[in-house]
Design a binder for this molecule. Structure first.
Ligand code: SAH
Length: 222
């Protein structure tokens, strides 16, 4: 899977995508992440990428042309994977009012597409004609407003990457298929804090696998 990220701030991604599982996934060739900065596609000498909104109102809006040029560059990169996998390309534009992102969407997209383009807004957002021209779907990561689409892009790349075979280790992927609980424990079995002892639920150390599965199911909502 190749993720194409259109952002004014590509450096924001360095630390998150450069550690742990996502780092391994990139090094192992399971995912690839490419960046396109609208500023590099700005036509004027000041590299302007935003302007005042028509109709008034506070803040600035990202202009059509630099974002669209960045998008055209991103979609032109995908022809190789398209030929070999016959998978499709999808474009999302981040917006607090868009479709709410879920694991279900991540699973679907990881199977369906070879390339996904993310357009990260900043300021008051992106000129609406970008959505119209690119056919992008608006995607939200929840009912709150952030200062930009970069965190949403990291959230979605993270979640979709876990759905790509080989990204999680064997152990972790097996866990994913099994009933798993969000209530979990590791050593020590008994932990004392300010004179009080906190113990692992007895069922988990009982060795009775049927009871353990039933206990986990009680928490998982599966
Ligand atoms: N005036 C806009 C808010 C812009 S926030 C409005 O009311 O819709 C700036 C940018 O941050 C947005 O363009 C979007 O790309 C991103 N963003 C903020 N919150 C988000 C969320 N919950 N989910 C996805 N993207 C978000």
């Amino acid at each position: 899977m190749t993720f194409h990220i259109i952002t004014l701030f590509p450096e924001m991604f360095d630390s998150y995508l450069g550690e742990s599982i996502l780092k391994r996934a990139r090094e192992g060739g399971f995912i690839s992440v490419k960046f396109y900065n609208p500023r590099d596609f700005s036509a004027d000498k000041h590299k302007t990428v935003d302007d005042k909104p028509y109709g008034g109102g506070p803040g600035m809006v990202m202009m059509v042309d630099p974002v669209l040029k960045a998008w055209e560059k991103a979609v032109s990169q995908n022809f190789v994977s398209k030929i070999f996998t016959h998978k499709k390309i999808k474009t999302y534009i981040f917006s607090p009012g868009g479709t709410t992102f879920t694991t279900q969407i991540a699973k679907h997209d990881a199977q369906e597409y070879s390339d996904i383009v993310f357009i990260c807004g900043r300021y008051e957002g992106v000129d609406s004609r970008v959505k119209e021209i690119t056919g992008a779907e608006e995607l939200s990561i929840g009912g709150y407003v952030l200062t930009g689409g970069e965190l949403p892009a990291m959230v979605v790349v993270d979640c979709m990457s876990r759905q790509i075979p080989g990204v999680l280790g064997k152990f972790e992927s097996l866990e994913e298929e099994r009933v798993s609980s969000h209530e979990m424990y590791t050593r020590p079995e008994h932990y004392t804090h300010k004179g009080k002892t906190f113990s692992v639920p007895e069922v988990l150390v009982s060795g009775d696998h049927k009871k353990i599965e039933a206990y986990k199911k009680g928490f998982s909502g599966n």
